[in-house]
Each structure stands twice: as structure tokens, then as C-alpha cells.
Ligand binder design. Structure first.
Ligand code: SAM
Length: 245
């Protein structure tokens, strides 16, 4: 019968492609891709010529029935996004839910993910953490969403675009307070860079260094008072580390 594979793809480093990803993509009848041009490059890197069909933000409802029909007819379909795990701040949720409801096997093929990579190396408590993804773009809604999470005693993980990182961090400081934060930039890429400090420290840094690249922001949860003592050097000054392979 049909199967839906939810396949993780690199977030910047092609070396993170596993053998299993290649095997699964090679065995599929079709790849449902966020951007077929982007995915075709990945497939040709893997020397594969599996047909791809677009499944993105704007056609996800219209494509749903076609893909489900294929799965019901016995097709093996791989769902991929441009980077990382599908469904996490990326298309996939509706197709996956529908397949589950139809009793079609849904099989994850784990791959890179920016949130999990950032949380485990942040130095902040990895448990519990809440993955929030992108906040609303505009002031009032963003503040409202942050207020919702302010009392949560869990590490908070956000995605943000470089041109919105400063207004976002200002709102974080205002609503959540001047907590410890780790900003992971360009994860897995040659110039991966980490900023660890308070929200104020990071804001000062971005006044001098123009924010560029892809960023994941990990913010300390509410009422972690004891943690400040345990990591004093970090708490006292911004640290910036760059990883170059
Ligand atoms: N589904 C993807 C995943 O599993 O990580 C996330 C897709 S989301 C559209 C893209 C956002 O993820 C970026 O704007 C950035 O906030 C974050 N991101 C993706 N790649 C990253 C990287 N290499 N380093 C840091 N953050 C990254």
C-alpha cells in the first residue's frame, strides 16, 4: 500500500544528508516539495530523477486530495521542504494529518532541524522546551503572543528573519524581561555563529553588526533564577563563538 515519508533535508550542510534519505527518496514514486526547483537540485546532487510535485503554503489545500488519492492508490510519496523537517514552520501539517486520518502509514525520516540543534547547544535547559517558530510580524500581535508565553517555565525557541531580529528582541526584552538568550546563526554552515548573553547584550551586538543569515533564538524560560549562578561567565558578558570547519 501507499506510504507517506516525511523526510528531513539539510539546513545548510549537504553533509547532513543520510544514506537513508537517499534510499527512501530513490524508492519513492513522487516527491511532494515546497519548491520543486530547490528540491530538483537536491535530487540531482543525489543522482536521482524522481518526479516532483509542488506542495507549498499557497496550494496545500488544492494539492491535498491529489496526493491523498495517490497514496490511496498505493503510491510511495516523500514530503520534503526546502530545509529541515517538513511541517515545522514549513508546509506538511495538513497532508500528514489527512494521511493519518486515512490510515495511511506516515513514516518520519529524521534529518536536520534548526530548533532542536539550537536548543541542545544553547546552554539553556533543553527540558522542557516549547517550539514556537515565527512570531507574528507586527507589534501588537507579537506582543500579545509573547505575553501568552511569559509565565511558561520552559525554554522558548523561535525562528526569526534577520531584518526582524532587532524589533523581535526588543519585544522579548519588554515582555519576557532581560533573560538569557542564545542566538544561533547559520547552523551547520561554514560560518555558524553563536551569541550567548542577555537579550540586551544581543541587541547591543546587532547595533554594531548588521544581522545577516538564518537565525534561531533560544530564550530562557520563566523562573529559572538558580540557573544564573551556574553559568556566571555567560551571564556576565556576551560571548560570540564562530565555528569554521
Ligand atoms: N523546517 C525547518 C527546520 O526543520 O528547521 C525550518 C523552516 S523555517 C521556514 C526557516 C527558519 O528556520 C529560518 O528563518 C530560521 O529562523 C530557521 N533556520 C533554518 N535554517 C537555519 C540555520 N541553518 N541556522 C539557524 N536557523 C535556521
Amino acid at each position: 500500500g501507499g506510504k507517506l515519508y516525511v523526510v528531513g533535508t539539510p539546513i545548510g550542510n549537504l553533509g547532513d544528508l543520510s544514506d537513508r534519505v537517499r534510499q527512501v527518496l530513490a524508492s519513492c514514486d513522487r516527491v511532494a516539495a515546497e519548491d520543486t526547483r530547490h528540491t530538483r537540485k537536491l535530487l540531482s546532487h543525489l543522482d536521482l530523477s524522481v518526479p516532483s510535485i509542488s506542495y507549498h503554503e499557497h496550494n496545500r489545500y488544492s494539492r491535498l486530495s491529489e496526493l491523498i488519492e495517490g497514496l490511496r492508490g498505493g503510491e510511495r510519496i516523500a514530503l520534503v521542504s526546502d530545509a529541515g523537517m517538513p511541517g515545522l514552520s514549513d508546509p506538511g501539517e495538513e497532508l500528514i494529518r489527512e494521511a493519518v486520518e486515512e490510515g495511511i502509514p506516515v513514516i518520519p525520516i529524521p534529518g536536520p532541524n534548526a530548533a532542536l540543534s539550537a536548543v541542545v547547544a544553547s546552554g539553556l535547559s533543553p527540558q522542557p522546551f516549547v517550539f514556537i517558530g515565527f512570531l507574528p510580524r507586527h507589534g501588537k500581535e507579537r506582543i500579545g503572543e509573547l505575553k501568552k508565553w511569559a509565565p511558561t517555565p520552559a525554554t522558548l525557541v523561535f525562528y526569526e528573519a534577520p531584518h526582524r531580529i532587532q524589533p523581535m528582541l526588543k519585544d522579548v526584552k519588554e515582555v519576557l524581561g532581560d533573560r538569557r538568550v542564545a542566538v544561533a546563526r547559520e547552523l551547520t554552515k561554514r560560518h555558524e555563529e553563536w551569541l550567548r548573553g542577555t537579550v540586551s547584550d544581543c541587541l547591543t551586538w546587532f547595533q554594531q553588526e548588521k544581522p545577516r543569515g538564518e537565525m534561531t533564538v533560544v530564550v530562557e524560560g520563566a523562573s529559572e533564577e538558580g540557573a544564573k549562578e551556574k553559568t556566571k561567565p555567560w551571564w556576565e558578558a556576551l560571548t560570540v563563538t564562530e565555528h569554521v570547519d
